[in-house]
Write a protein that binds this ligand. Structure first.
Ligand code: AMP
Length: 286
């Protein structure tokens, strides 16, 4: 049995007790529907800290599409078994009002700006999404207190936004963790279970597009337009509806797409396979 707290306040008290006993905390925020990607974060948090805790909260603030929120997979009992199997010590959830006391509904919650790393890409195609992420993660960090917080690089822009947020907190360190993939390269995602059999095959084209860009990079192609076009071609051939297949300098984030020759590059893709929106990314240099 895993310790499950129903509110962030109770979770905060548990975290205080851990630290008072000299135990470091590894924290993994999740929206549940756990998969191998989450498990890798949980195991690492446990390995690198004395105690591992996680949050389980489907954050309505980060869904800019009501249907996406409604259809997001939820299975708390199964998740609790998986948290326990990953040797997570404590998991907490909460109602919206526990995170935002006094707010009667989503509409009443003041949403924070995602900051400089929220610009471009996700901002353009999921307006408000990263603002909603930053708003809830601020509450989660405040509840847990000093910790190492583990996030997946699959959500690359999110990692940058939360690392920027962590600078506001004493003793919160963000650890970015590598993307866990299925056998054909598709990044593990809670949304993968929503894919049809045909969609599942198409979805593998996202990683193929990223690998195509990496191959070109290894052949010394540095031109942003060339790399972008190559990813578009792979995705179009598979019938994926591309939102973006773009590049950024991972160490100097910009809302604007790069032009000309690149020195460093992160390739990032968002595509819709049927009604399912998937994202992935790959570092091309290094
Ligand atoms: P979510 O439940 O989708 O909000 O994800 C919770 C955490 O798991 C986030 O930090 C994600 O970036 C991370 N994550 C999701 N998918 C993967 C994956 N395939 N590999 C590694 N981490 C992941």
């Amino acid at each position: 049995m895993i310790l499950h707290h129903a509110t962030p306040q109770a979770a905060g008290r548990w975290c205080d007790e851990q630290r008072a006993a000299g135990r470091s905390i590894g924290f993994v925020p999740t929206m549940g529907a756990l998969h191998a990607g989450h498990l890798s974060l949980l195991r690492r948090a446990k390995r690198e800290n004395d105690s591992c805790c996680a949050s389980l909260f489907v954050n309505p603030l980060q869904f800019n599409d009501a249907e996406d929120y409604a259809s997001y997979p939820r299975d708390t009992q199964k998740d609790l078994r998986m948290f326990a199997a990953a040797a997570c010590d404590m998991v907490f959830s909460g109602a919206l009002g526990d995170f935002f006391p006094g707010a009667g509904s989503v509409a009443g919650i003041p949403v924070k700006n995602a900051g400089p790393f929220g610009r471009g890409l996700e901002e353009q195609f999921r307006p408000g999404h990263l603002d909603g992420v930053r708003t809830i993660v601020e509450k989660l960090f405040a509840a847990v207190g000093p910790c190492r917080a583990y996030f997946g690089e699959k959500d690359f822009q999110q990692c940058l936004v939360v690392a920027d947020l962590a600078r506001q907190f004493d003793g919160v360190e963000v650890v970015a963790c590598p993307t866990v993939r299925e056998a054909d390269g598709l990044a593990c995602s809670s949304r993968n279970v929503l894919l049809s059999a045909d969609g599942r095959k198409k979805a593998a084209s996202i990683y193929r597009a990223l690998l195509r860009a990496k191959t070109l990079w290894n052949e010394n192609v540095r031109d942003a337009a060339h790399l972008r076009r190559a990813m578009d071609e792979v995705l179009a051939a598979a019938g994926a509806a591309v939102e973006y297949a773009d590049l950024r300098d991972p160490l100097a984030w910009s809302g604007e797409p790069p032009a000309g020759e690149m020195q460093r590059a992160q390739a990032l893709v968002a595509a819709r396979i049927g009604r399912v929106r998937l994202i992935d990314n790959l570092r091309l240099d290094g």
